[in-house]
Ligand binder design. Sequence first.
Ligand code: M6R
Length: 610
Amino acid sequence: MCGIVGYIGNKNCVPLLIEGLKRLEYRGYDSAGIGIIDEGISFIVKNKGKVSELQNRLEVLNLKANIGLGHTRWATHGIPNEINAHPHQNEEGTLFLIHNGIIENYKTIKKVLQQNGYKFQSETDTEVLAHLIDSFLRKGFDIFKATQLALQEVDGTYGLAVIYAKEPDRIIAARKGSPLIIGVGQNENFIASDVSAVLAHTKNIIYLEDGEIALITENDYQVKTIHNEEVIKEVEEISMTLDEIDKGGYPHFMLKEIMEQPESLRNSIRGRLLIDEGTAKLGGLENIIDDLLDVDRFLITACGTSWHAGLVAEYMFEQFIRVPTEVEYASEFRYRNPIINKKDAVFFISQSGETADTLAALRETKLRGGIALGVCNVVGSSIARESDSGVYIHAGPEIGVASTKAFTSQLIVLALITLLIARRKNLSIENGREIAKAISKIPDQVAEILKLNNKIEEIADEFKDAKNFLYLGRGYNFPVALEGALKLKEISYIHAEGYPAAEMKHGPIALIDENMPVVFIAPKDATYDKIISNIQEVKARGGRIIAIASEGDDEIKDMVEHVIYIPQTVAMLKPILSVVPLQLLAYHIAVKKGLNVDQPRNLAKSVTVE
Ligand code: M6R
C-alpha cells in the first residue's frame, strides 16, 4: 500500500526522500511523487510508474530543500496517473499533503467544498483533505489547528503528512488506521509509514497511535490528539539493521527470504524450546496462560498466507490441545456480527501487524470481551500493540510481497504455542519431547530442502508455460496446497487452485487433462494411502504430476513425473517442510516468465485498506 516519507532538518531532503521511497517500494505502488518547500515556494514532482523515473526527473531539476514529503501511491480512488499521484495541493499551491488510507466520506466533503467554490484536479479521495484543510486556513487557523479541525470531519483511515509553505518550519503528521512513525534524529526529524524508510538515519522511533497528530520541527516534536489533548510519547530504540532489509547479493528479496529460512526459523525458536521438559517457553503468553487453559474455544483470524498458517494451527490445536478451533478470514469475521465471549481466545496472525481487516477483527474481539492474541512479525506494529498478549515470530523483515519466511516462522511459532498449552493440559512429557526435538531439527531440514533449488528450477522451466495449476493435499498439507497455489498465482499470474485432495472428485477432476499440472503434497502421514489413490485418479486422466514426498518413499516415484523429497518429521510440522519446494517452484516460474517477483502487479505488501 502507499508509502510515506518526510524530512525536516539541515540537509538537502531530495536524495533522502528518494532513498526513503526506494526502501518503501516493496510495499507495492503504481506512482510516486515528492513535494518540497524552497525559500517559501512549494515544488511538486510526480509521475505514474517507478521511483527511479521520479529520481531521473529530479536529477535534471536539481532541486534542493530542507523540508519535504515523498509518497508512493497504490491506487484506490482513480487510476494510476500523474494527476492522481500524491502530493495533492490546495488551489494556491501553498499547502501539499500525502496520504495512505481511504477517506470514506470524501464525496460528501467534496460536494460541500465544490459548493464553496473549490475546484478539484484529481479523482482521489485524498485531494479533499488538501482543500478541507485549506478551508480552515482561510478562517485564520494555523496549519496544525487547521489539520486538526479538518480531521475531525473525516471518516475513514489515514496516515497523513502536511506541509504549508507559509509555515515552512514544520511537518504535520497524523494517524488513524494507517501506520505512521516519527524518526527522531540530531538536528533532523523524519516521518514514515514504516521504519525501513528512515532506518539508515535513525533507530529512535515514535509510533503514532490512532487519533494522534504531531507537529514536527527540525529539533522538536509535539504530539496531541486531533481533539487537542496532550499526549506524552516514548522514543523506542529499534534493533532492526540495514543489512536485514537489503538483498544481500540475491537477485530478488523473495529468493533471499526463501533461502534465509533456516536462519529465520532458528530465530523464531531461539530460547523458546525446552526439549527436556517437552514444552515451550513464550514470554508473551506468560501473563495469560491460565486463562488459555480454561478457554471454551480458539478462533483464528487472518488474511492470505497468514490465514493459511491459521488453518494449519487449527489442525495442531484440535489434535493436541483438544479445544474446538475455528479459522476465519478477518474480512468476514469483522462484518458477520461474531459471537464472542470472555472464554474465547482469538489469535490474530499477521506478518505486517497492520492488515486493516485483521486489525478491525481484533478491535471487534476486544469490544466483545474475547481474549485477543497477536502472532506478528513486525515489532511494534498495530496488531502487536493492541493485542492483550501475543508472540512475535521473529522472522526478520520480509520485503518480497509474496510471504515466504514469515509463513514458515508463523507455523513454527504456532507449533510452540500448541506445545506450551497442550503440555499444560494433557500432552505427555514423552510426546512433548518428541515434538520439541522435531521442532529443533526443522531449520536444518529446511536447509537440506533448499539444496534442491537447481532441480526445482529445472521443473519450473518445464512447466512455466502452463495456463493452470492444481495443488492438492490432505490433513495438515491441505493448507499447504492453498499456500502453494497462492504463491504461484500472485507472482506468476498463472491461474492456480488449492484443494483438499479428496474434494477433487466433487468437481475439479473435470479440469484434468494432459495440459493440467497437478502438484500433490504427499508426505508419509496418516492420509498417505488416500492421497496415493488420488494420484492414481489424476494419472488415469492424463494429468501431469509433481509430488512432494517423504524421503525414502520409492513407491511414489513410478507414479509421477517429478518427485521432490522432504525429510521426515512429525505430521504437525510437515507443512513447514513441504511448503519450501512450492515457494521455490513459484519463484522460478515467475522469474522465467520475466515478471517482477518482488512487486507483483496490483499487490501490496501490507494491505492497510479494506
Ligand atoms: O501482513 P499480513 O500477514 O496480515 O498479510 C496478509 C496477506 O495480505 C498476505 O499474507 C498476502 O496474502 C501475501 N501477499 C501472501 O504472499
